[in-house]
Design a protein around this ligand. Sequence first.
Ligand SMILES: [Zn+2]
Ligand SMILES: [Zn+2]
Length: 261
Amino acid sequence: MIRAYIREVRESFSSLLFPPVCSFCDALGTEEPFDLCRSCQCALKWVSPPFCEHCGRPLVGLSSDGINYCGRCLSAPPPYTRARYAVFYEGGLRDGLLRFKYHAALHVGGTLSALLIEAFEKYWRPEDFHLILPVPVHRKRLVQRGFNQALLLARKLSRVSGIPVAPRTLVKIRDTRPQVGLTLKERKINLSKSFGIACAQDVRDRSILLVDDVATTGTTLAEASKTILDAGAQSVQALALALRADGAGSSQPSHVPETSA
Ligand SMILES: [Zn+2]
Ligand SMILES: [Zn+2]
């Protein structure tokens, strides 16, 4: 009892001397559960319904027939069973992710993985999956950056959910140019056959959760899912921390012709 009291007093003094700093903007004073300042916490934009049942991208309005699929998924559904995203890639979240990814600000990883875990718990249960596969980066990029941000996020999710993570099963066999600025068609060509499976036994007849940090059009998730399914997986679902809304715009519901790029 007295020990717990002393610990509490010590912790409250140390938080006065070293007040916690916001992971995204360095402002003093943070809030649970994401260790963000009030302003960054408030500015988080969660990806919430209405969105396409299949690809998880926001829909502009709901279809009158109750079918909530975007035009793209109705005409050419991506190979994964469904994809979901935690938050939109904008504001403080974008700053935090860039710090994490390019400046190796690994302390931001705690906040980012807490957001990812929050989204996972919204859509799935741990027993839905046998294995988590992070979207890999090519060896060349790994040498430049020193770590794979998707793997760090996947590891934290694995620790909380108990689903094992396989860091070296899905591999990037071909280095590809950055997807930013490419059209949907160019993205598909750029990524075509760029993933491989190191050991098909790892995924055969298994339910896989694919994890990535940022998705734009979902081309990466689709191409990686195709590779995993071709190797014999039972199903693939995808979860990305952030969705770039600028990639292809919001999708139209099924009864309206698709106009996005
Ligand atoms: Zn902040
Ligand atoms: Zn869709």
